[in-house]
Structures are given as C-alpha cells and as structure tokens.
Design a protein around this ligand. Structure first.
Ligand code: ATP
Length: 350
C-alpha cells in the first residue's frame, strides 16, 4: 500500500520534533529514515505507526486518513531495536500471539506460524524460548511475528543496532530479500548510513525535524543538494575557497570549476576522496594540481586512505587509493594532487 505524509508537525513542549514533514512512499517501496540523533526519525515513524499523535498534518494510507485511527487498528507490523519478544513464550507462541489478538481461527494460526517460521528459516527453533536464542534469531522471530498478520505496512525501528557486525550484515540482506519477495511497503529508521545504502530503495535524510533530501543511494552520493547531505552520506573533503567565481583559490592555489555562475560566488567546495588523483612531484604545471605532503597512509585492505597536507592552516584532504594502483603513498612523500574540475561540487555559496 502507498503512504502519503503531508505537512506533519509534532511538538514536545517547546521543541518542534517534526516541522512540516511531507513525503510520498510508493506501494512495495523500502524507505529508510536516516539522520543524526534527535533529528526526528523515530518520532516520524511513531506518528505513522499511531504510537504518537501528530499536532498537525495528515498521514494517508492508500488515500485513507489514518490520523484518527488508533495504532492497534492500523494493522502495521512493527519491529523495535530491542527484541520485545515475550521471554516466557516459545518462538512459535510469540509469532502466534498477534494472530490470537486478531482472533484468527486456531487451525489457521498454526498454519501461519509454521509458514512464518519457515520464511525466517527458524522452523527448527519453534519450541525454544527467546533467552535460549541468539540476538539475530530473536530479531528474526520478531520479524516473523510482525509479518504474520499480513500487515499493510512494515515499520522497523533500528532493528539491527543491537546485533554484532556479522549478524547485522547477514540480516540486512535477509530482510531486504524478504521485503522484496513479499512486496510489503517498508519504512526503517536507522542512523547507520551503510545500512540505509544497502537496504533502501530511497533514503530520506532528516535534520532538525525536517527532510533535507530524498533520493536513492546513488542520487544522494552523487548529487547531494546540501553540505549536510554531502558530509552525511559517504566521506567528503570540504574545501573553503577564496576569490571571485572567475579566480578561485584553495589554500593559495588556483582552482577551476567546470561551470561557474555569474551572480553567485562559491564559498565551500566538496570533493569525494576517490576523485583525487595522485602523481609524483614535478612534471608540468597542470590545472587544479596542487603540491601535497603525505601525512598518513591508512591501509584498509582493498583501499588505502591517504591523508594529505596542503598547507599549515588548511584542513588536510583525504584521498582514496585502490589496491593495485602504484602511487607512492609513503608517509612524508611530496606528491601532486589533481582535484578534477568536473568532480568539484559547490557545497556553499558566499
Ligand atoms: N516523548 C518525548 N518527550 C519529549 N521530547 C521528545 C520525546 N520523544 C522525542 N523527543 C525529542 O524529539 C526530538 C526528536 O526525537 P527522535 O527520537 O524522533 O529522534 P531520532 O532522530 O530518532 O534520534 P535517535 O537516533 O537518537 O533515536 C529529540 O530532540 C527528542 O529529545
């Protein structure tokens, strides 16, 4: 089912947690709310779930206004960070619980529980109690419980953050595959950008109760509309520049942009680490090439992060060198860094 959020406002006393948020989510889409702590993502999810009353705006599920519909009548599946399973009930009873509340007939409940336990690949754990299961298994049971009543929307509130790294990675892929197989419209709250990038069709970047930008992982990475998004999604070098649009300087070195705008002057440029090209010192003067000194070389397996000093008072740049590239990246080496004009993006105007 599709969801439309229109101008939703939520206040807690003097604090405006949601400041007129509007968003359309298509049927079958997987959307992540991503943003720093306190930006309002959980509050927005709770308003959609009906667990929090909005002070203004509309939430429409396939054009039906939900604002007056209590949470228990919304038929949404919800999974929270902490497993919230009943510890004194077996896995099977936990999954059955929501169906019993909805007064499903007994024989259909048994069938559905079997089916859901198979879907999350835990049929052999049906008679175990939550404390006898791993964190990842408990979260899969919580997922089975949320999906059992065939909800019209699946809402996930940081469902993976209590799990260790390997289990989290596996479950990301499992949840995504399951969501696609069932075609269920899903919203997940996370502050982990990698999680959002790997799971979502679209990511909603939030900041201070507002939506900063909505887009696919590619769009947000390649075309961030604000400095906040540019720095929040992936790593971004931030270059303060001086001078007019025709003659920009970064740390005293001239820089050219691919396109300039007559009536606006760039103040801050952004450049992704993988766009910086390193070469040995010397050679001819080429546009956008600046001398740098390797301060640190951080080997990360397939890539190496190279921290580059430009001058005493400029923020160092970080370049990414891939395994197999043969630039000299020993600490202390002097190099030329090319900052390609077509990769420089204006993050702030004067
Ligand atoms: N019940 C509440 N009473 C008062 N203030 C609240 C309440 N719930 C949330 N807030 C405040 O509203 C703002 C948004 O909170 P919210 O939990 O939505 O943020 P978040 O983006 O989910 O952050 P986190 O990642 O830390 O969970 C915060 O400033 C928070 O302190």
């Amino acid at each position: 089912m599709s969801l439309r959020i229109r101008e939703v406002v939520k206040r807690f006393g003097n604090l405006t947690a949601l400041d007129g948020v509007s968003l359309d989510i298509d049927a079958g889409e997987f959307v992540c709310f991503l943003g720093p702590s306190g930006c309002g993502k959980t509050t927005l999810l709770r308003v959609v779930a009906g667990l929090e009353q909005a002070d203004g705006g509309e939430v429409l599920l396939d054009d039906r206004d939900l604002i007056a519909v209590p949470a228990r009548l919304r038929n949404f599946g919800v999974v929270f960070q902490s497993y919230s399973l009943f510890p004194n009930m077996t896995a099977a009873r936990n999954v059955a619980y929501g169906l019993e509340c909805r007064r499903w007939p007994k024989n259909r409940i048994a069938e559905r529980v079997d089916e859901m336990l198979r879907v999350v690949e835990l049929a052999d754990q049906a008679q175990k109690y939550p404390p006898q299961m791993s964190g990842g298994q408990q979260q899969r049971i919580a997922l089975a419980r949320a999906l059992a009543p065939d909800p019209s929307l699946l809402l996930l509130d940081e469902p993976l953050s209590a799990l260790d790294a390997k289990v989290r990675e596996d479950l990301r892929l499992e949840i995504r595959a399951l969501q696609q197989r069932l075609g269920i419209t899903t919203i997940m709250v996370t502050h982990d950008q990698e999680e959002a990038l790997t799971m979502a069709d679209r990511i909603v970047v939030m900041r201070s109760g507002r939506i900063e930008q909505v887009g696919s992982a590619h769009e947000l990475y390649q075309k961030p509309e604000t400095r906040f998004v540019a720095e929040f999604i992936g790593r971004m070098n931030v270059l303060p520049v001086e001078g007019g649009a025709e003659a920009l300087h970064f740390a005293g070195h001239p820089l050219h942009l691919q396109r300039t705008t007559k009536d606006r002057t760039p103040a801050v440029l952004g450049l992704r680490p993988e766009e910086i090209r390193l070469s040995s010192s010397g050679g001819t003067e080429a546009p956008n090439r600046i001398p740098v000194r390797v301060r640190q070389s951080i080997f990360l397996g397939n890539i190496t992060h190279v921290v580059l000093e430009v001058s005493d008072n400029a923020q160092p740049l970080v370049a990414e060198v891939h395994a197999g590239d043969d630039q000299p990246v020993t600490e202390g080496t002097m190099l030329q860094a090319e900052l390609p004009a077509n990769a420089l993006r204006v993050l702030e105007w004067r």
